[in-house]
Design a protein around this ligand. Structure first.
Ligand code: FES
Length: 146
């Protein structure tokens, strides 16, 4: 990781550096220590690194979380109440400004279409998918996946 970071000095290369670091790892994710190290290297705060990671949802961010909840906010899900589900979910888990909640166990990400439009609104928790959701169903799924 050190070697890769030394190739990039300027903050504008943050994304390239993250790509290269993940390319070298079997597990395509970063730990909180690695995120802090990247932030120190580019002299930025960890929230900026986390912001890039969460923006690029193909990266699985391990920020002291056990589970990543990806909730679709594309049109089919939006029309069927995805925005209300997001609000409910963040309140239910008590998410902070980094969208981490459930005592640090869950990261909530709003994402583009999950390819489950026929069962909108849809959610992915880690690698499991769930559809036809409402608040009660979502709450039950969260409790079962803690
Ligand atoms: S719009 Fe939500 S899964 Fe396609």
């Amino acid at each position: 990781m050190e070697e890769i970071l030394n190739r990039y000095r300027d903050r504008s290369y943050l994304i390239e550096a993250i790509h290269d670091i993940l390319d070298e790892k079997d597990e395509k994710s970063l730990t909180d220590d690695e995120i802090k190290k990247i932030a120190r290297h580019f002299k930025i705060n960890t929230a900026e690194v986390l912001g890039v990671l969460t923006f690029y949802t193909m990266f699985s961010v391990k920020w002291k979380v056990k589970h990543t909840i990806r909730i679709c906010n594309s049109p089919a899900c939006y029309i069927k109440g995805a925005k209300e589900l997001v609000t409910f979910l963040k309140n239910y888990l008590g998410c902070d400004k980094n969208n981490i909640g459930g005592n640090g166990s869950f990261l909530v990400e709003e994402v583009e279409c999950l390819g489950l439009c026929d069962v909108a609104p849809a959610v992915m928790i880690d690698d499991k998918v769930f559809g036809n959701l409402n608040k009660e169903k979502l709450k039950k799924i969260i409790e079962e996946n803690k």
